[in-house]
Design a protein around this ligand. Structure first.
Ligand SMILES: Nc1ncnc2c1ncn2[C@@H]1O[C@H](COP(=O)(O)OP(=O)(O)OP(=O)(O)O)[C@@H](O)[C@H]1O
Ligand SMILES: [Mg+2]
Length: 474
């Protein structure tokens, strides 16, 4: 852990003292701000600070940005945690914005101090940096970019000596946890897709963009009990790190989403990603040539992510079963799946996902989708392979009410509601079809009349087709 201690003559009850005199200093500061130039103002304020500083020992922890060649997690956590504590009374700040970010990042300037309190302990953080003699190269862990660094950055954390154990055992873990929560809140979910790259010898690489899919559990029309079941399952999964470790299982969860087109399988995946703030890796199997490519791509996926294989029954063409083509331990070894002119085995995919891949990372979710569960290879359906099978079905009246409130803002029953609900109950209509009708106009009456017409004519078409069949059979 890149933490070092130093002891120096400094205030022990400095923070209590600061608290009581801070109002006084702020008053003087306000007066000085208006009357005195900045440099003179700082000089006067320093004198006042030093005058009031009780002269006792305190402990100081040094938290450097780098720990040898790697980054220091505590430094990053402290930076995130303290940035969230920036108040308007801080004089000097640095701002920056990475081109991928949507918001401006605010950081501290040299020697800037931040006061914090934790369970009755008063603490003082100070941001410092020193010029290095030599510029060093480091790799940014988030973007893989090479960064040239010419300064040594660190935080000094100062507190009363008697609280040292509580700071190390309790406060530092608290800062780590808080920063993780702040990071999660701010995180922009990204969608990674496979792309061919000339720079990498035409092999496939992950390319990513921000996931702009607005689907959330609030906008998803589905059975309420089923929806709650999924949310509870996700919550249980993310908080069970210790459980998975204790029982010796990889921390991963698999979902199979099945149902007709337009019932919300892809929308549910986006809702899950937005809910958990997990990135999505969309594994388009037709872009993969060999088992080895597949493994490489899977190993390049990050933790806390959702690996998605959509339409598992049709993205891979099932040619004749070739028996000797591959080997595998779950009864699908002989079945070869061909992706265009190349081939890889389903067993290769499943064994790798269950074995090495999932044990290499944490908090992995894998989702397969299909329109037709009956067409799936039994290897995908065997117990233990997918933890939860989720049936996305045709629209029900409760789902219709949710769509009406999301698309048209109607919360109270409308005169057309009961006719529409009766029709929906008596036929197979997908949420996508109804959503499309509701989107046609802003006018509530026109939209609901349109939907009513659509449902009635759909029902008549069905009835006519059924009658024609009867006549043909006669
Ligand atoms: N359950 C739903 N709740 C809310 N909107 C839905 C739902 N299902 C579908 N929609 C709407 O229909 C559109 C298409 O749905 P989606 O792509 O999620 O269906 P799908 O089941 O993945 O279909 P496919 O099997 O063709 O991939 C969505 O963008 C959304 O607007
Ligand atoms: Mg889909």
């Amino acid at each position: 852990m890149a933490v070092s201690f130093s002891s120096m003559p400094a205030p022990s009850s400095v923070f209590a003292a600061y608290a009581s005199i801070s109002a006084f200093i702020m008053l003087i500061q306000t007066m000085l701000n208006q009357l005195v130039p900045r440099q003179l103002r700082n000089y006067v304020l320093n004198i006042i600070h030093n005058f009031f500083k009780p002269k006792q020992n305190c402990s100081t922890i040094i938290i450097e940005e780098r720990d040898g060649l790697g980054f220091n997690e505590i430094y990053n956590a402290a930076e995130i945690y303290l940035c969230a504590k920036i108040r308007p009374n801080i004089d000097r700040l640095k701002i920056s914005k990475h081109f991928k970010d949507t918001a401006v990042t605010v950081k501290f300037a040299q020697s800037e101090k931040i006061f914090d309190s934790y369970e009755g302990i008063e603490l003082q953080w100070k941001f410092m940096f020193e010029e290095r003699k030599k510029t060093s190269k480091i790799i940014d862990e988030d973007s893989d970019d090479i960064i040239l660094q010419s300064e040594k950055r660190y935080f000094e954390l100062c507190f009363d000596k008697k609280d040292k154990d509580r700071i190390l055992d309790s406060y530092i873990p608290f800062v780590l946890e808080s920063s993780k929560n702040i990071k999660d809140e701010k995180k922009i979910v990204r969608l990674h897709t496979l792309a061919c790259s000339a720079n990498y010898g035409s092999s496939v690489v992950w390319d990513s963009i921000n996931l702009e899919h607005p689907s959330t559990f609030d906008t998803l029309a589905m059975d309420l009990g089923q929806k709650k079941g999924i949310i509870d399952d996700l919550d249980r999964f993310v908080r069970r790190k210790e459980f998975y470790r204790k029982v010796g299982r990889a921390w991963k969860r698999g979902y199979l989403l099945y149902g007709p087109p337009g019932t919300g399988k892809s929308s549910l995946i986006a809702a899950m990603a937005n809910y958990l703030k997990f990135d999505i890796y969309d594994l388009e199997l037709t872009n993969v040539k060999r088992d080895s490519d597949l493994r490489k791509m899977l190993l390049r996926t990050a933790n806390r992510s959702i690996l998605v294989i959509e339409d598992i029954d049709c993205t891979v063409e099932i040619p004749e079963r070739t028996g000797a083509a591959t080997s595998g331990g779950d009864g699908v070894g002989g079945q070869c799946y061909r992706s265009r002119d190349q081939q890889f085995s389903l067993s290769g995919l499943l064994n790798f996902i269950d074995g090495l891949w999932s044990s290499c990372g944490d908090e992995r979710i894998i989702i397969f989708t299909t329109n037709n569960r009956d067409k799936l290879d039994p290897a995908l359906l065997r117990p233990g392979r997918m933890d939860m099978h989720i049936h996305m079905s045709y629209l029900k009246p409760v789902g219709f009410k949710l769509l009406a409130s999301t698309y048209l803002g109607i919360h109270d029953p409308h005169p057309n509601f009961s006719k529409i609900e009766d029709l929906i109950e008596s036929m197979k209509v997908t949420p996508a079809e109804v959503a499309e009708e509701l989107m046609k106009t802003d006018d509530v009456d026109i939209a609901l009349d349109g939907l009513l017409n659509f449902l009635e004519s759909k029902k008549n078409v069905k009835r006519d087709a059924w009658r024609d069949n009867e006549i043909l059979e006669c």
